[in-house]
Design a protein around this ligand. Sequence first.
Ligand code: SF4
Length: 183
Amino acid sequence: MKRINEIFESLQGEGFHTGTAAVFVRFSGCNLRCPFCDTQHETYTEMSEEDIARKVSQYKAPWVILTGGEPSLQATETLVERFHAWGKRVAMETNGTHAVPTNLDWLTLSPKEGKDPVLTQADEVKVVYQAGVDVERWCREIRADHYFLQPCSCRNTQEVVRYILEHPYWRLSLQTHKYIGIE
Ligand code: SF4
């Protein structure tokens, strides 16, 4: 059984797939305690993989986004296979401190300071920008096709813009869902 916080359909608000319709499967629980964590993920309902896949299949969105909390603590290759069987593509957003299923279609790695990732490769790296923290190490240590910097809870956007202008291999990721008032 998996501990599921919520399953809902919306548009991906952040990163490379911004604006794309997706079903979000939010797993409960995380192995980190980031001071800026603004995700309410602790409450949960226990669901079987079959029930999760059936629920997800009711939505039209082509993507399933496994998120949390920390989805890698619970997501398995068999769960990903079930989504594939319904014709979905599967993405995961992880802090990178734990191995992930090998059959994902997209991996977003959001490394957190103080807990180095075990993963060194991803489709995109998405870093929450905090002044004074060395974000360049993630370009050196993680191989990815896209590198995104994201303001911390929409607060330091101008600072992030200035940083990207000085380091233009980064791109800006905004939490657009917060700006337009969707989940
Ligand atoms: S890794 Fe993500 S979910 Fe976990 S505490 Fe940090 S911000 Fe929250």
